[in-house]
Design a binder for this molecule. Structure first.
Ligand code: SF4
Length: 72
């Protein structure tokens, strides 16, 4: 699973980092970013919690067309 943060929307509340620091961090500009290429399976659940907990829905899943072929 790949996630991304829309930094135009993020308000830098830090909730995602608090819920799932293995995937999200607040960068020098004060906005969250995803710092892993792919979310490790072990952290998917908390990453999704963070995604759903974002107050401004700034976090979205990136569909990887290469990997998702079998799910079409
Ligand atoms: S929870 Fe949402 S608004 Fe808050 S820092 Fe993370 S991405 Fe930004």
């Amino acid at each position: 699973m790949k996630l991304e943060v829309n930094q135009d929307v993020c308000v830098g509340c830090g909730a995602c980092q608090a819920i799932c620091p293995e995937v999200f961090e607040i960068n020098d500009d004060g906005y969250a970013e995803v710092y892993v290429e792919n979310v490790d399976e072990d952290y998917e659940e908390s990453a999704i919690d963070a995604k759903e907990g974002c107050p401004v829905n700034a976090i979205s899943e990136v569909k990887d067309t290469d990997e998702d072929d079998e799910e079409e």
